[in-house]
Ligand binder design. Structure first.
Ligand code: ATR
Length: 264
């Protein structure tokens, strides 16, 4: 039986096993997908297990998306550009790191009735997922990306990867067509982002990477001011679907049962 894993720290919250095992069963594949909490010192040995075919594929989540890179034989263009790997597989005896978060984000935007071309984007946060968002947004032809992070140095670091970024101070106002919450603020129901949205005109897109809770205070606020909102569930499902297709050669179905499964 083939074995797949998601690694991270913490990892308890991960819904990837639920989703992948559902698709594995539905497609009559002989495989199991598990989660494993890891320390960074264990990453190298785990990747060796892919090389030795003891593990067939790995998903990576916070905080190891960059940590895994030195231990891989090859990187996809996307993984290289974002210095971020969320999917590992073996190809011609080489371990390969790829990034399906980019595709996940892009496809989630394509599903919404929002023409992103030439739009101004404001991203809150500078954590592990942000390079993937920037890569996808640049590919989709946005006109400007502004980053605001509590720790400004982390935003400045991202400017080394993406030269066209504009950086503003945390709490500073900036005009935008789409705002993305990529901070962890909102994971707790009572979390509030201390920004003044009262000057914002209507018909913007408020996008939260968080999908649990399904409506963060950030999205509630966006909605209250007359804007479109989208949470991170589709991005999560699409990145998983892309990983699944790489490993199993099948594009699994996304239907209401899948969405119900994740919210149970
Ligand atoms: P990592 O930084 O390890 O990749 P992450 O969960 O991907 O972790 O990112 C957390 C993001 O949420 C960061 O941008 C973080 O800001 P800092 O870089 O200043 O830590 C942001 N964040 C977390 N708690 C926050 C808070 N109370 N206020 C503002 N931003 C916060």
């Amino acid at each position: 039986m083939k074995k797949f894993l998601v690694i991270g720290n913490p990892i308890d919250h991960s819904l990837s096993p639920k989703l992948h095992n559902y698709w594995i069963k539905n497609n009559n594949i002989k495989a199991i997908y598990e989660k494993q909490k890891l320390e960074s010192s264990q990453v190298k040995d785990l990747i060796l297990k892919v090389k030795k075919k003891e593990i067939s594929g790995i998903n990576i989540t916070v905080p190891f998306k960059k940590t895994v890179i030195p231990y891989l034989d090859e990187l996809s263009v996307e993984a290289k550009r974002t210095e971020s790997v969320n999917t590992i597989y073996l190809h011609k005896e080489k371990t390969v790191g790829h990034n399906t978060d980019i595709e996940g984000f892009e496809r989630s935007i394509n599903d919404i009735n929002f023409d992103i071309k030439d739009k101004k984007i404001l991203i809150l946060g500078a954590g592990g997922v942000v390079p993937s968002l920037i890569f996808a947004l640049e590919k989709m032809g946005v006109s400007r990306i502004t980053l605001s992070n509590r720790t400004k140095e982390k935003a400045e670091d991202l400017k080394k990867l993406f030269r066209n970024l504009s950086i503003i101070n945390w709490g500073q106002n900036e005009d935008f067509d789409m705002i993305i919450n990529a901070t962890s603020l909102g994971l707790s129901e009572e979390d509030k982002i201390d920004l003044d949205f009262s000057q914002i005109k209507k018909n913007k897109l408020f996008y939260d990477i968080i999908y649990n809770p399904s409506e963060t205070n950030f999205l509630k606020k966006g909605k209250d001011f007359g804007n479109k909102t989208e949470n991170g569930l589709k991005m999560f499902i699409y990145q998983a679907q892309a990983s699944f297709e790489i490993w199993h050669g099948i594009r699994p179905k996304i239907d209401n049962d899948v969405i119900k499964l994740l919210y149970l």
